[in-house]
Design a protein around this ligand. Structure first.
Ligand SMILES: Nc1ncnc2c1ncn2[C@@H]1O[C@H](COP(=O)(O)OP(=O)(O)OP(=O)(O)O)[C@@H](O)[C@H]1O
Length: 264
C-alpha cells in the first residue's frame, strides 16, 4: 500500500443476481480526501455497491476491488482503512441479547457483536471507545442498551464504533434514514465535524439535502451504472437530477447546502 493509493479503486466490476447484472462499474476511483456522495433512486444499485465494498457480496470473475491499494484484506484490516455504517448493520445491534452502548463500541475491536468471556479487552480500548463516543456527542448514552436507543442515537454509537479504529474514511449508507428533521440536522452537523477532522466521507443517499458542504464530488447511479460523475457544483442541477430521478426537479441552494423539489 502506498500513501497515494486511492481510497477506492474499482475495475471491471459486475455483480449478478438471478442472471441479471445489478451493478456494472467498468471503472470507478475515489481519491483519499475526496469526500463523495453516491446518489441514486431506489433500486439504482447503491446498497449493492456498499455490500461489495464491505465484502458482503462478491463481483463476477475478473473484477478488481481495491481499498487504499489493497485487494485482499480481512475485517480487522478493513476497519482501520474504511469504517462502514449501514441501516442493515444497525438492525443486528438491536437484536437479543441486549448490548450496552459502550460495549457495542469496544466490541468493534474484536469485530464481534458484543463482548464475550474469551475476549480480553484493555483499558486503552475502553478509553478510545469513550473518546469516540464523545466525538459523536453520545457519552450520555453509556449504560443504555442499544435496543432502547432511538434510531439517531444508535446510529451515533455505530459511527463511534467505526471511528474508534481511526479509519481513514467512513462509508455511510443512508445515514439519515429514520431521523426526524432536528435529529438529522444535529447528525449532519456531527458528520461535518468528522469530515473536518480529516476523515474522508463516502455518503450513500437519495436525499440531495443531506449532501454536506464538505462533499465535493457526486457519483450518480442509475440501473446499476454510473449516469454522471463530477463536481457537486455541476451535478446538483436540474438537468442531471431530472435525468437521475426521471421526473422534473428544480434545485435551490442555501449557502453550501442544496435542496431539490419536484416540479408539479
Ligand atoms: N439478491 C437479489 N436478487 C435479485 N435482485 C436483486 C438482489 N439484490 C438486489 N437486487 C436488485 O438490484 C437492484 C439494486 O438494488 P440495491 O438494493 O442495490 O438498490 P438501492 O439503490 O440501494 O435501492 P434503495 O434506495 O431502495 O435502497 C434492485 O433492482 C434490486 O431489486
Amino acid at each position: 500500500m502506498t500513501d497515494d493509493s486511492p481510497l477506492l479503486a474499482l475495475a471491471n466490476v459486475r455483480v449478478m443476481a438471478d442472471e441479471t447484472c445489478i451493478l456494472d462499474l467498468p471503472a470507478l476511483t475515489i481519491a483519499d480526501g475526496e469526500s463523495t456522495a453516491i446518489l441514486g433512486a431506489n433500486g439504482s444499485g447503491k446498497s449493492t455497491l456498499v455490500k461489495l465494498i464491505a465484502r458482503d457480496l462478491y463481483p463476477a470473475y475478473g473484477a478488481d476491488v481495491r481499498i487504499f491499494g489493497q485487494d485482499s484484506w480481512n475485517v480487522f484490516e478493513l476497519r482501520t482503512l474504511l469504517g462502514i455504517v449501514s441501516t442493515t448493520m444497525q438492525l443486528d445491534f438491536d437484536a437479543d441479547p441486549p448490548l450496552e452502548a459502550l460495549d457495542c463500541v469496544v466490541s468493534g475491536f474484536f469485530a464481534s457483536r458484543g463482548l464475550w468471556a474469551h475476549q480480553h479487552y484493555t483499558q486503552e480500548m475502553v478509553d478510545v471507545s469513550r473518546t469516540a463516543l464523545e466525538e459523536v456527542g453520545a457519552t450520555h448514552l453509556i449504560g443504555r442498551s442499544m435496543a432502547s436507543l432511538s434510531t439517531g442515537e444508535a446510529r451515533r454509537v455505530l459511527i463511534a464504533r467505526a471511528l474508534a479504529h481511526r479509519p481513514r474514511a467512513l462509508l455511510l449508507d443512508e445515514p439519515c434514514a429514520g431521523l426526524d428533521p432536528a435529529a438529522r440536522h444535529h447528525f449532519l452537523d456531527m458528520l461535518r465535524g468528522v469530515a473536518r477532522g480529516g476523515t474522508t466521507l463516502i455518503l450513500v443517499t437519495h436525499h440531495i439535502e443531506e449532501i454536506l458542504p464538505e462533499i465535493g464530488r457526486i457519483v450518480m447511479l442509475q440501473d446499476g451504472r454510473v449516469l454522471h460523475d463530477g463536481a457537486k457544483t455541476d451535478l446538483l442541477a436540474s438537468d442531471a437530477l431530472t435525468a437521475l430521478f426521471g421526473l422534473p426537479i428544480t434545485v435551490s441552494r442555501r449557502g453550501d447546502w442544496y435542496d431539490a423539489a419536484i416540479v408539479h
